[in-house]
Structures are given as C-alpha cells and as structure tokens.
Design a protein around this ligand. Structure first.
Ligand code: FCA
Length: 331
C-alpha cells in the first residue's frame, strides 16, 4: 500500500514536471510585452494603451497595460512583467531622468525597451539615443500652436500690444520645452511682443497643476483684457482656460490652443457654447500606441531593431473640424 502510494506520488510528480516543462516551452514561443504609461487616467494614454492591445490581438501576442506614476511604480511594473514572462516593454516614463535606472533593470532581465512620447535622458541630461524612441516633433508642433494662435488673434482683430500670453511651462520635460519654445518662436515671428509673455511653471502635465500655476499669473497681470494660452498639452491649456473662467474672463477674450487631440479636447468641443479653448494640434495617439507596440514585437520576434527616433506630426483641430480630424487620425 505504502509502495503504491509512493509510486503514485512519483508518477504524479513527473506528470506535473512534464506539464510545467510544456508551459515553459509555450512561454518561450509566446510573446508578451508591457505598455507602461505615466498617467494611465489621461485620455491620450488610455487611447495609446488601447491601440497597443489591439495590435496584440491582431498579431496574436499579449499586451499588459500598466501605470507607472513614479520611479518606484515603474520598477515594480518591470519586476511584475518579468515575473509574467514578458520579453520587453514600451514606456512613457513619469520622469525622463529615470532612463538609466529603468534601462539597468530591463538589462538585468534581458528585456527590450522602446520609449514613447517622453524620451529618456542620461545623467548629463542628453537624450538616451540607444533606446528606440517614437514621439511628436515638439518644435514643429509647438510652432503650429503659435501660428494657430496668431491667426485667431487676427480673426478677432486683437492688437498684440494689448494681449498677454500665459505660457504654462514644464522645464523638467524636454519635449515640453520644445513645444512651448516652438509656440513662442512662431508668436514672436508673427509680431507678438516678448514682454507680454508670462510664465506659469507647472509641477506636472495635467489640468490641476496647470490651473494652480495659471491662477497667480492671471491675478498678477489682471489689467490685460485679452489672453492667449499655450502649454505642452491640451490638458494643461484647459487648466489655464478654467483659471481664466474662474477669474471672470469671457470666452471671446481668451484663445487657448493645446496639443494632443484626445478625449479632453473632444469633451470641450462638444459643449453647447464655445469656451476659451480655441483648438488643439492633434497627433494620433492611436498611431503612437500601434507603431511602438508593433516595433517592439518585431524586435522580439524577428530581431528587427526599431528605428532610433521617429518624429510624428500634427493637424490643427478646432470646434469646426474636430470630428473630421478625429476620424482622419483614427482616434
Ligand atoms: C507628453 C504629454 C502628454 C502627451 C505626450 C505625447 O507625455 O505629457 O500629454 O502630449 O507627451
């Protein structure tokens, strides 16, 4: 009786071993990747991750969507992905200076990494060019913002000398600096007076931090009747617009132009009455999510390394054309 039990146990043991060997084999053939974003609740990132999942469904591999709102969260997300057998991840990091630490962890695990939107910088603050990146062309898209604002000022017949600019800045993030610098450049080229540009440095890249940054600037320069607003993204421009409303300014006295073209802008354009949010330069978050996911997949499965740096472009979206632009960009 005892012998039989031992034998049965042994037989069961080898069956389990065989079964687990089988699953290791399967895991080796199966591709699984992570898609980690700094702000999982923001419409831009929701859409990007959704697009990534769809690519996985089409090609037949798994995409694990994760949030990484600070360094600790990102490192645990990477550990978690490794434990699940993932071979790599796409990431928009919460702080670009985490690049070396993130790469260190990924290299320990032999995982491949592609950055999206916000490119890693090394300890000297230079872009980490060894990590394939896809993001918007910050300067060009920023210029489009400046040009759109200048054009709308002309439509409204504003005298630039009497207009104040609320420039919501984020100096920690290189793409943000490129975007607001590009907009400033285009405004100056259109004759906007440099002395009328006032900075509102934000701590983050969302509406709440932009609102807090904007309010004191509006009250400090409350003599201006007309305001233009720009920032790294539409969420932040919306924070500025909300601050002008709280300050009692009318929609026709405010021209805010954002960047992204995500659900935040669609909700604003869908309101019955126009607000100070005039428009946004829309970029395809669908394409950003799809392309980076596909690139990483091919790198893992076909050993085809992605391009070092891909720059994407944008289209101005306003209350008048947003539905057409949305459809054209697959949003
Ligand atoms: C940055 C911004 C996002 C989006 C993205 C492309 O990460 O914070 O809102 O503009 O670049």
């Amino acid at each position: 009786m005892k012998l039989t039990t031992t034998f049965a146990r042994l037989a069961l043991g080898s069956a389990i071993m065989l079964a687990s060997l089988g699953s290791v084999q399967a895991q080796e053939d199966e591709v699984k990747i992570g898609f980690i974003v700094k702000k999982p609740e923001q419409a831009w990132f929701i859409n990007e991750q959704k697009a990534a999942t769809e690519v996985g469904e089409e090609f037949g591999f798994d995409v694990v969507r994760l949030g990484g709102e600070d360094g600790q969260e990102v490192l645990s997300a990477i550990d978690n992905l490794y434990a699940q057998g993932a071979q790599g991840f796409v990431i928009c990091p919460p702080d670009v200076r985490l690049g070396p630490a993130i790469m260190n962890r990924a290299n320990q695990y032999g995982m491949k990494v592609v950055t999206v939107d916000d490119q890693f910088v090394n300890t000297s603050g230079e872009p980490m060019e060894g990590v394939p990146h896809l993001g918007m062309s910050g300067t060009k898209i920023g210029r489009q913002v400046g040009e759109a604002i200048a054009a709308e000022m002309e439509v409204r017949g504003w005298n630039p000398e009497e207009v104040a600019a609320l420039r919501i800045t984020n100096n920690e993030l290189p793409t943000a600096v490129e975007r607001t610098d590009g907009a400033t450049e285009a405004l100056l080229a259109a004759g906007f007076p440099e002395d009328n540009i006032f900075d509102a440095p934000q701590q983050n890249s969302d509406t709440a931090s932009a609102f807090s940054a904007a309010s004191p600037v509006l009250s400090q320069y409350g003599d201006y009747e007309h305001w233009i607003i720009y920032a790294l993204n539409e969420e932040s421009v919306l924070g500025g617009v909300r601050a002008t409303e709280q300050y009692g300014m009318a929609a026709e006295d405010v021209i805010g132009v954002g960047i992204n073209g995500s659900g935040a802008a669609f909700a604003e354009f869908s309101r019955d009455n126009p607000t100070g949010f005039h428009g946004t330069v829309a970029v395809s978050s669908t394409m950003h999510g799809r392309q980076t996911t596909e690139d990483l997949y091919r790198w893992i499965s076909e050993d085809q390394e992605p391009p070092a740096n891909t720059e994407t472009s944008g289209t101005l979206m306003t209350r008048n054309n947003w539905q057409e632009v949305r459809a054209a960009l697959g949003l």
